[in-house]
Design a protein. Structure first.
Length: 346
């Protein structure tokens, strides 16, 4: 049973609330020896690690403080249930506790991936293997057919984007660079019609496999995904296409790093070999998944473009969400014709 504490940890003055929780989560720790580190990579939540000694040991307790108004875009109850399930099958760190505005969980040892390490052959195979492990999980009730969350999420995000910004400079930048809501609705309808016809399997997906959400443990030669707040049943090709989009990075996004055809074909062949448990994989199967993945990559950029607009209106984190959104939509429209024209082998 995961304890739920009626405590709100202040985002700016978090030590008092965190120490109160640590008395239950780590009762043997001496408060005078507890240290902490604030992690700065996240753009949805605030993340702080607490430890004794130094943060290089494995016993770091992480506190994730939910970002302002993120409950509009994230189902926090579902996130907790997913973490419990994934922890039970060895796919995530243990969940120690929940509290009013966040969760407390274990540390995954290793190094998060970057634009270089994600392309290393050994790491590529481990990442593909980690995807297969998640995609093969049967978490639905009675093994029933599951509905993909992609288009319900996109429609909800579209309904939440702001109509304007109070700051004149931001508002001008918004209307100059982002298509109207009418145009975005038309694009969403086009995507739904096209992508739903591809028959990509619906599996349990991470849905946010950016590089900083993938931890590589060189000692154990394994890869672990972290941060399952966007996870849920979705199209297999979306999860992979979204991952490929994340090669571009977040803080300094550069879509010239989007993996080329040769890299993708090699990666997808590895994935399919693991997916089919060692049975021979045909070139037709690889080419089919290649076309599906790149088409769904459009939906990834569209989704995070909408997400960036919502965050720009509500988040208190110091990050250029509007610029992030503009970059994602620019990539969507620049690749749209190319990816939609890809043909699936017959």
């Amino acid at each position: 049973m995961i304890p739920d504490f009626n405590i709100c940890v202040d985002e700016d003055d978090f030590t008092a609330g965190a120490l109160e929780l640590l008395r239950s989560v780590r009762p043997t720790w001496s408060e005078s020896q507890i240290q902490y580190k604030v992690y700065t990579e996240g753009i949805t939540n605030k993340l702080i690690g607490f430890y004794i000694g130094n943060d290089s040991n494995d016993d770091v307790v992480l506190f994730r403080l939910y970002g302002k108004n993120t409950e509009m875009i994230i189902d926090r109850k579902a996130e907790v249930q997913t973490m419990k399930l994934f922890s039970s099958v060895g796919c995530s760190a243990p969940l120690y506790a929940t509290f009013q505005n966040g969760i407390c969980y274990g540390f995954v040892p290793g190094e998060t991936l970057d634009e270089v390490s994600v392309r290393e052959p050994t790491v590529q195979r481990l990442v593909a293997k980690a995807f297969v492990k998640i995609h093969r999980l049967e978490l639905g009730e009675n093994g029933g057919k599951q509905r993909a969350i992609l288009f319900p999420v996109l429609k909800r995000y579209l309904s939440l984007i702001p109509t304007h910004f109070d700051d004149p400079q931001t508002n001008n930048r918004y209307h100059k660079n982002i298509p109207s809501k009418t145009v975005l609705h038309e694009e969403l309808c086009l995507l739904e019609e096209h992508l739903c016809s591809l028959q990509s399997p619906v599996v349990f997906c991470h849905n946010d496999a950016l590089l900083k959400n993938i931890v590589y443990d060189q000692r154990k030669q394994c890869v672990t995904f972290i941060d399952y707040e966007y996870s849920g049943f979705n199209y297999q090709a979306f999860d992979i296409g979204n991952h490929f989009c994340e090669f571009a990075g977040v803080n300094e996004t550069d879509f010239s790093r989007y993996p080329d055809r040769e890299f993708q074909l090699n990666w997808l062949e590895t994935y399919l070999s693991l997916w089919h448990e060692g049975f021979p994989v045909t070139s037709t199967q690889v080419e089919t998944l290649y076309a599906q993945v790149n088409k769904f990559a459009l939906a990834s950029n569209f989704m995070w473009g909408l997400w960036g607009l919502i965050q720009a209106a509500h988040s208190a984190i110091d990050f250029d969400y509007l610029g992030f959104s503009i970059c994602r939509f620019n990539e969507y429209f620049s690749r749209k014709e190319e990816f939609l024209s890809l043909k699936l082998p017959k």
